[in-house]
Write a protein that binds this ligand. Structure first.
Ligand code: CUA
Length: 416
């Protein structure tokens, strides 16, 4: 009778804990499938799959050991427990000193367990280290450079136009667009401290180390939109040093490249534009620090939302864009940023030539929309503590009026 209550109490606790967990996760289906944005359990590429297989093998082996050892321990505890007062005060039974069969069995079992783990681990290390020979000829090369706290992506094989006579390798920021179904070799470099590139559903993590030429390779099975994260502590805003990966089919990837290789888009104000009312921007709400501000639509189908960003906004106002373009120069944005074909040769901050076509800003932190762009321009330090743009505002005594912010947002948004 008395043993019944603790059992009931324990069962009750488990039930309450499970119910609490279900409530906390809002009975989120993806939580129970373990398929979050950064899941390493539901993966979309051969490298992440090889890493997952090693994880599972190790889990099963350790679970097997846990069950065997637990069962032996439970058996011994029950069989040899004290059954009466006399038992408790009795002398301990004669002690054994080693049983060769048991000891050899334990050594053999441990070696076997290690071999079972080692074989797939070594295979995975070889596989993930470099692109398989038969696929090497088809590989696409990209260089990723870590900065405090954002990523620059270079496409060494693609020559982007600056003007009629000058070209440079294509440079983008914070959104890594790759061809789906093709192995991608990513050279890993850093501008300052150690960072680490990690796209949980595709591959990772490999460090970006000063003065060391690391690389990793990955392949996305199919077109998709993925979440990435710097995985090595690198200063104040390490936790918000994120990025996105967009994998596209061959035709869509080439179309994207063609657009990116163009210099910045220039809007010519038509007479009608000056008479059109200026677009009404949503008033700047007071955001909590690092609130994602991601709209529901974006969360449901991020790849479709990304595609929608490739086309010009329907209500763009050329006059306002021109005003923003001039502020981009006079407010010293050009010292850190480049808009290829317009102004600036800055390399401290991300290249903004086609920033309007990206789905996020602030290194994968905020959705790229008017409200969030204005929020970022208004006070970048509140979104990403310690970043150089916030320092730049203070050092250069830059102040933006609400009207400046609106014009700059219109300009950045026009850069498709
Ligand atoms: Cu870069 Cu952490």
């Amino acid at each position: 009778m008395f043993t019944f209550f603790p059992t009931l109490f324990r069962r009750g606790r488990v039930a309450i804990a499970l119910a609490g967990l279900a409530l906390l996760t809002g009975c989120d289906f993806n939580f129970w499938r373990m398929d979050g944005h950064q899941s390493t359990i539901v993966v979309d590429g051969p490298v992440a799959r090889a890493q997952l297989e090693v994880f599972y093998v190790t889990c099963w082996v350790t679970l097997f050991i846990f069950i065997i050892v637990g069962a032996v321990l439970a058996y011994a505890s029950l069989k040899f427990r004290a059954r009466s007062d006399a038992d408790e005060h009795a002398e301990p039974p004669p002690q054994g000193h080693g049983n060769p069969l048991v000891e050899l069995g334990l050594i053999g079992g441990s070696v076997l367990a290690l071999v079972i783990i080692a074989v797939p681990t070594l295979k995975a290390i070889w596989f993930t280290y470099d692109i398989p020979a038969e696929e090497k000829a088809n590989a696409y090369e990209i260089t990723a450079v870590g900065y405090q706290w954002w990523f620059r992506f270079e496409y060494p094989g693609e020559q982007a136009t600056i003007d009629a006579t000058t070209k440079m390798p294509l440079v983008t920021g914070n959104e890594l667009v790759i061809p789906a179904g093709r192995p991608v070799r990513i050279n890993l470099r850093t501008f300052d401290v150690i960072h680490s590139l990690w796209i949980p559903k595709l591959a990772g993590k490999v460090d970006m180390i000063p003065n060391r030429a690391n690389f990793l390779w990955l392949k996305a099975d199919k077109p998709g939109y993925y979440w990435g994260q710097c995985a090595e502590y690198c200063g104040d805003s390490h936790a918000v040093m994120r990025f996105r990966v967009v994998a596209l089919g061959p035709r869509e990837f080439n179309a994207w490249l063609d657009q990116q290789l163009q210099p910045a888009r220039t809007l010519v104000p038509r007479p009608a534009d000056t008479s059109r009312p200026r677009p009404q921007f949503a008033a700047l709400r007071s955001f909590r620090q690092n609130e994602s501000g991601v709209t529901e639509k974006f969360d449901v189908d991020p790849l479709e939302s990304w595609r929608a960003k490739q086309a010009p906004e329907k209500d763009e106002n050329a006059e306002l864009v021109a005003q923003g373009r001039s502020l981009f120069t006079t407010k010293a944005c050009i010292t850190c940023h480049t808009v290829r074909g317009h102004a600036g040769a800055g390399v401290t901050g991300p290249d903004l030539t086609h920033v309007g076509s990206r789905s996020t800003i602030g290194a994968g932190l905020l959705e790229n929309n008017r409200e969030q762009l204005q929020r970022w321009l208004h006070d970048p330090g509140a979104v990403k503590p310690g970043n150089k743009m916030a320092k730049g505002y203070v050092d250069s005594k830059i102040t933006l009026t609400a009207e400046d912010e609106v014009a700059l947002v219109a300009y950045l948004e026009s850069l498709k």
